[in-house]
Design a protein around this ligand. Structure first.
Ligand SMILES: [Zn+2]
Length: 271
């Protein structure tokens, strides 16, 4: 029996009886204790990063995926850095801001985006199936845009003279075009994402640019560094076997940008 055939049979058995590859193989390697798989075992839709060769889950239920929050695998860092946004947003609002509506809008951006993002990494990438993967991926993607409304409103509101109405209309048009493509089942390419993300970053950064605030420099640098790490798959391209990948570092850089936007709001409100 060929290797591909053996693997296919194992996955069928696994789906039918909820066995793991390791139980079937009666292996006891460190990876197998954690029920993890290598890239040559997993289905194509999970192979989104060729530099991540180990640590894949092939789980059968949301319950199993939720439990994977408590052991290490190649999506844990992505999940934790998504969840950290909730803590970051609440800390900034409750301990470091005057708790006005502008800052509540800024917090809402983090609270709206973090749960779908964490769900994509925890459940979508858990190997439950292609259908779940694309469902959670689309949810994550659309919430990047939906959660942008409160952020744009906060930044535009705090910027004297900024044409916020016009900016909100432009963001609506961008959101509708993304929603249309997702509903039509469009499979995104890297260049599609790049155009969408650049449009979104432009929407956010326009009020800071309009105010001629120097905060535009760290904000744009954070986005650029995050995008560069993500696009070039750094550090996993060079540090083989790491599960702290470009995606987790991109999340961290988005958090840095989020913090800079908060500092801009504080500076502008205090003027
Ligand atoms: Zn993510």
């Amino acid at each position: 029996m060929s290797r591909a055939h053996t693997i296919q049979k194992m996955i069928m058995l696994q789906n039918k009886y909820m066995f793991t590859y390791c139980e079937i193989m009666k292996q006891n390697t460190p990876d197998c204790k954690m029920y993890l798989y290598t890239i040559d075992i997993v289905p194509d839709y999970l192979r989104i990063n060729p530099y991540v060769t180990t640590g894949y889950r092939l789980l059968s239920s949301h319950y199993q995926a939720a439990k994977s929050l408590f052991y290490n695998h190649n999506c844990l860092a992505d999940t934790l850095t998504s969840m950290a946004v909730i803590l970051h947003a609440c800390l900034l609002y409750f301990f470091f801001s005057p708790q006005t509506p502008v800052f509540a809008m800024h917090m809402l951006n983090g609270l709206l985006h973090a749960p779908p993002s964490a769900a994509y990494h925890l459940f979508g990438c858990s190997g439950m199936g292609e259908k779940w993967f694309f469902f959670y991926q689309s949810l994550d993607y659309i919430f990047i845009f939906i959660s942008s409304f409160p952020l744009l409103i906060a930044l535009g509101w705090a910027t004297p003279g900024y044409p916020l109405n016009l900016a909100v209309v432009i963001l609506c048009v961008l959101c509708l075009s993304v929603a249309k493509r997702l509903l039509e089942g469009h499979r995104y390419t890297a260049s599609d994402r790049l155009v969408d993300m650049l449009s979104l970053v432009s929407c956010h950064s326009a009020p800071v640019l309009y105010a001629r605030s120097w905060w535009i420099v760290p904000i744009m640098c954070s986005y650029a560094i995050g995008g560069w790490l993500y696009a070039y798959r750094i550090p996993e391209r060079y540090v083989h076997g790491t599960w702290w990948t470009s995606h987790a570092y991109m999340h961290i850089m988005l958090n840095v940008a989020y913090n800079c936007q908060f500092q801009y709001l504080k500076g502008t409100i205090n003027q």
